[in-house]
Design a protein around this ligand. Sequence first.
Ligand code: FEO
Length: 385
Amino acid sequence: MNEIAEDVVYVGVNDRQVDYFEGIYRVPNGVSYNSYVIFDGKIAVMDTVDAHFGAEWLQNVENALRGKKPDYLIVQHMEPDHSANVFAFCEAYPDAVVVGNAKTFVMLEEFFGKLPKHTLKVTDGQTLRLGDLRELKFVFAPMVHWPEVMFTYDGKSKILFTADAFGKFGALDCDEPWEDEARRYYIGIVGKYGAQVQAALKKISSLDVACVAPLHGPVIRETLGACMELYRKWSGYVPEDDGVMIAYTSVYGHTEAAVRLLKKMLHENGLRNVFLYDIIRCDRSLCVAEAFRHGKIVFATTTYNAGIFPAMGEFIDLLTERNFQNRTVGLIENGSWAPVAAKLMKAKLENCKNLAFAENSVKIRSNLNAESCAQLKALAAELSR
Ligand code: FEO
């Protein structure tokens, strides 16, 4: 039995079958759908799992219960990766009460066309006593990731159950650092809602939290301070470092030659954190996460059909719809005739808050020449200051 604290048992599952999480995010190491059982005089189960894993999850719950019956199913988040088995649970345990908030039950009825027989509707800050030792407190966290999301705090174990927050891609049995896949997950699914995440962080700051138990990825205990700090940065759109991301597309290799030369110039100027991303060939959600990681970004692309090369236009849209801001931006365009990509990229980015555009941009006419090399050098100098 996987006890994460005294009388708190993990009953989630690993999904190694999924190719794209939410149909968008490639997850080569799968993903976990976490669920927990909390024991006291009464027993609460925290969330269900994805539709494909109902039988495995119910078996895990049954094993953890050891012949007992659960009293509550707490639904912290209605996205189907966590709620798909609510009615399977109700069939297995017909006397259990499903706990949610007003929005939870609206969504439950939308998804399933019916409501559970026994329900308990809670409000923000409301508590639910399980017995002599445990009282759960519900902390609403709207838009982290959906409007009905709520966290649950267990004062006895000092565990904060955080729904999607502090989750990551990757099944629990994969060996990889938390930050990279947590960043890609966070920026991808809640990057747009930084203000709401900051509001949730403020609400939980008064709680004595020793451990965070998300619905994806590992329970966080020893590294909680560092993870919290990253969440403060990500939700505040604060770069993690002053590195330079060079995001590019290149049709025949000439734009790629330019960005490789820019990287070399930046290295010669003493910058070590310079990262090239071919946004066609690199995972797009990784590129988006990297753009939010570094303080400086250079967009390099060609003019195509009198517009921006399509992948670059889509990439910039993925950033702007996630409230991309607080960065230094450099622009490189390539065009054999009538280049307009730099002007159009700038127009797409101009509504972003607090972007500082480098004064030196680079215009390549088909291939690098002395003039465009000099422009690259000027851009490298400006980014190195
Ligand atoms: Fe893991 Fe928003 O669901």
